[in-house]
Design a protein around this ligand. Structure first.
Ligand SMILES: Nc1ncnc2c1ncn2[C@@H]1O[C@H](COP(=O)(O)OP(=O)(O)OP(=O)(O)O)[C@@H](O)[C@H]1O
Ligand SMILES: [Mg+2]
Length: 221
């Protein structure tokens, strides 16, 4: 029995092999042109499927992370701010701090690239298969308040706890409600020495120093 190309594509999609169905016609052409034998073409189709699954898994991880951009350190413009502590940032790029369950605190004047660097590290972590959770600090506080109202706080806390890396961006950039200190301290303490948290802030003033003991502090002059 021989299926038509359309039937084969439909059957492959039905079997959830859309990576294979997507390249079937092109692979068939390669075989017809004697560029590949059957086994070689089939191996490539299996690879096409694996590639597609990996890329979809990554897309899902990004969507879940809440990260707004997908830039990593490879395309980083070091000339943008020559006072960045490049050595320390590249060391953080190894992501060993995640396995060591260490925290990172990035402090420096406004507009110097702290969030840019932190997001690039978080993107690299997603690429390496870590579960990442990104929120601007004010958003995190709002999310927690909303989850409490909807009686979903336990679930939200579990989600935070399950992340290998939580990036709390721009702490103190916006005015936070009075309960925010306790909410954020709770997040930090629940993760301390269990999983990494990255915090960026342009203010030291008001930071909960006594509650947040970062192993790695990256400061900019
Ligand atoms: N290395 C870089 N290459 C290109 N653009 C950059 C770079 N670093 C920062 N930027 C851009 O400069 C702007 C400010 O950077 P960023 O938001 O990271 O600063 P910040 O230190 O977090 O500031 P704030 O303290 O106000 O939060 C952003 O639009 C960012 O995309
Ligand atoms: Mg910032």
């Amino acid at each position: 029995m021989t299926m038509s190309m359309v039937e084969l594509e439909t059957a492959l999609r039905g079997l959830r092999l859309s990576g294979m169905s997507g390249t079937l016609q092109a692979r068939a052409l390669q075989v017809a042109a004697h560029e590949m034998d059957f086994i070689e073409a089939f191996s490539w189709m299996v690879q096409d499927e694996l590639d597609r699954r990996r890329s979809r898994l990554l897309d899902r991880r990004y969507a879940l992370s809440g990260l707004p951009e997908r830039k990593n350190l490879k395309s980083f413009d070091w000339t943008y701010n020559t006072r960045l502590p490049k050595r320390e940032i590249l060391e953080l790029g190894t992501l060993q701090f995640i396995d060591a369950r260490e925290d990172v605190l990035m402090i420096g004047p406004p507009g110097t690239g702290k969030s840019h660097v932190a997001k690039a590290l978080a993107v690299m972590a997603v690429d390496r298969g870590y579960k990442v959770f990104y929120r601007e600090a004010h958003q995190l506080v709002e999310d927690i308040a909303e989850a409490r109202e909807l009686r979903g706080l336990r679930l939200y806390r579990q989600q935070l706890k399950a992340a290998d890396v939580v990036l709390i961006d721009d702490l103190f950039l916006r005015k936070l409600p009075p309960q925010a200190g306790d909410e954020l301290a709770e997040v930090l303490m629940s993760r301390y020495e269990k999983a990494s948290t990255i915090v960026t802030s342009n203010r030291l003033c008001g930071a909960p120093h006594n509650r947040f003991n970062a192993e790695r502090t990256v400061t900019q002059s």
